[in-house]
Design a protein around this ligand. Structure first.
Ligand code: AOS
Ligand code: ZN
Ligand code: ZN
Ligand code: ZN
Length: 406
């Protein structure tokens, strides 16, 4: 059955001029990092529902993440959040992850849960609080050394709620000061990824509100500072794939936080609301991966694909399986764009021809391709079904309620 479906798919793609060997090779290389906090309980400001079987410790979060990787072959690393994942011995956390076939990914400092940070962390007008916040950033570099992590992933809740509340330009200088201190502490193989967000929790101004501000900070800091695009952090209607292409071209796109949104930073399952946007993001990335300029190709190769979601009502592990599969599906579709065809249409100013060449790939059913890839890697053809039919979910019920919350 798989073979017959694949044979037909192969025939169709060959007719479209697609080299499937290359497509399969790129699909096999796709790696998506899952967030430790996505396995814990989370919610809204109204309620955090406690689910049965949620991991109680950072070690248990790794065990859940290992399930996602074992069934999909896509998610070999896990991002951690400090202090949510604070442990006595990070070497032990690392070896536990490694024993499960995982590695620790990005280290996320947390500068938004301490009462001291109500009016700002690194941008607080109180120098003592700024020092405390910056020290936490520096501590995260030490943790990253122990966990073997490459990236420090930075998101600041810093901002104000009312006009006049804060001195915007002073806060900008304080932000830079802290980032610079962190930058100087990075070892050569490390990067800092700067995330931006238009609003929330601050509703009047956010210190790093958009990609331009994050980019400018990164430019001033140096080549180890790059921008992180969280797909939910833009105003409605923003062309995210344009930002992606622009940052790649400037060699400053460091990574993604994938999630979906309907209204704002909803942190829903990636690909659940606007799969075409995700496809178009990958279309830009794959197009850049074929660039003549080796430094553009290198930028693309270093992009960290990370999930950043809050699973408020859904089962955590299945939600994460759904997420990485959704990313894989849109990535696979984007690999089917015939770039020569698009460029030929662009060259003759054939607007509809160019649009058609891109959309055609999106409209292809990639199920036979994904089944083939999974079969070749000895993975279950339907990882979600395999999880739901397996015994892991039953086994973790003994953890009870009241596990880790984000
Ligand atoms: C917050 O909106 C950001 O997306 C951050 O990446 C945050 O650190 C993450 O969502 C964990 O809370
Ligand atoms: Zn994020
Ligand atoms: Zn988000
Ligand atoms: Zn967010």
């Amino acid at each position: 059955m798989i073979d017959r479906a694949y044979a037909l798919f192969e025939e169709q793609q060959q007719a479209r001029g697609i080299n499937l060997d290359l497509v399969k090779q790129k699909l096999q290389q796709l790696r998506i990092e899952t967030p430790s906090w996505g396995y814990g309980d989370s919610g809204t400001r109204f309620k955090v529902y406690q689910k049965n079987g949620v991991p109680r410790t950072p070690l248990e979060k790794m065990e859940d993440a290992a399930q996602v990787h074992a069934l999909t072959g896509l998610a070999p690393s896990v991002a951690i959040h400090i202090p949510w994942d604070k442990v006595e011995d990070y070497g032990k956390l690392r070896s536990h992850a490694e024993s499960l076939g995982l590695r620790i990914g990005a280290v996320n400092p947390n500068l938004f849960q301490d009462d001291d940070y109500m009016l700002g962390s690194v941008t607080n007008s109180d120098a003592i609080i700024r020092r405390k916040a910056t020290n936490h950033l520096l501590e995260c570099v030490d943790i990253a050394k122990e966990t073997g992590s490459r990236d420090i992933s930075l998101w600041f809740a810093d901002g104000t709620n009312y006009p006049g509340q804060g001195h915007i330009r002073k806060r900008k200088a304080w932000m830079y000061e802290a980032l610079e201190e962190l930058y100087k502490k990075l070892i050569p193989q490390m990067r800092m990824l700067i995330e931006y967000k238009s609003f929330e929790p601050a509703f009047y101004h956010t210190d790093l509100a958009d990609w331009g501000m994050a980019y400018q900070m990164a430019m001033k800091l140096g080549p180890q500072a790059e921008v992180l695009v969280d797909t939910g952090h833009h105003a409605q209607g923003t062309n995210v794939e344009h930002i992606v292409a622009y940052l790649i071209d400037e060699k400053r796109l460091g990574g993604f936080h994938f999630n979906a949104r309907k209204y704002a930073d909803d942190d829903l399952i990636v690909g659940s609301m606007n799969p075409y946007e995700l496809f178009l993001i990958f279309y830009q990335i794959i197009s850049a991966s074929e660039d003549q300029d080796a430094s553009i190709v290198q930028t693309v190769n270093n992009i960290a694909y990370m999930i950043d979601q809050s699973h408020n009502i859904e089962q955590k592990i299945p939600a994460m399986i759904r997420s990485v599969l959704n990313v894989q599906t849109q990535f696979a579709k984007a690999l089917l764009v015939n770039h020569a065809e698009v460029e030929a249409a662009q060259a003759r100013n054939d607007v509809l021809g160019a649009e058609d060449a891109v959309r055609q790939a999106y409209e292809c059913d990639v199920t036979p391709l994904l089944h083939m890839i999974r079969e070749e890697q000895h993975l279950p053809l339907n990882p979600m079904k395999a999880y739901l039919e397996g015994s892991y979910d039953q086994a973790i019920q003994v953890r009870g309620k009241g596990g880790a919350s984000w």
